[in-house]
Design a protein. Structure first.
Length: 115
């Protein structure tokens, strides 16, 4: 199983970014996917979840209305569209799945929100 994130970078407050997570090594459309983030000096927190079919999503209260998780099962990719970014959104963002009774994480992509 491999999860590879991309799309991070430096953005000003109020800006937008779209993160991608390309998955391989498992039957992508069988499994839910999640985005987590970890800010410097803080514990990792769950940001968003999407079910295998892509028709059910959940969000942490801190990102509701600003972030959107989606997936393209044909491309084995999950996305996180982040709008109205705030400095407190600065973190390493990682995608996650649990397959074959095992937790899998990508290495993450850094998002920095700063003027």
């Amino acid at each position: 199983v491999q999860l590879v994130e991309s799309g991070g970078g430096l953005v000003q407050p109020g800006g937008s970014l779209r993160l991608s997570c390309a998955a391989s090594g498992f039957t992508f459309n069988y499994y839910a996917m999640k985005w987590y983030r970890q800010a410097p000096g803080k514990e990792r927190e769950l940001v968003a979840t999407i079910n295998s079919g892509g028709d059910s999503t959940n969000y942490d209260d801190s990102v509701k209305g600003r972030f959107t998780i989606s997936r393209d099962n044909a491309r084995s990719t999950v996305y996180l569209q982040m709008n109205s970014l705030k400095p407190e959104d600065t973190a390493v963002y990682s995608c996650y799945t649990r397959a074959f009774s095992t937790n899998f994480w990508g290495k993450g992509t850094l998002v920095t929100v700063s003027s």
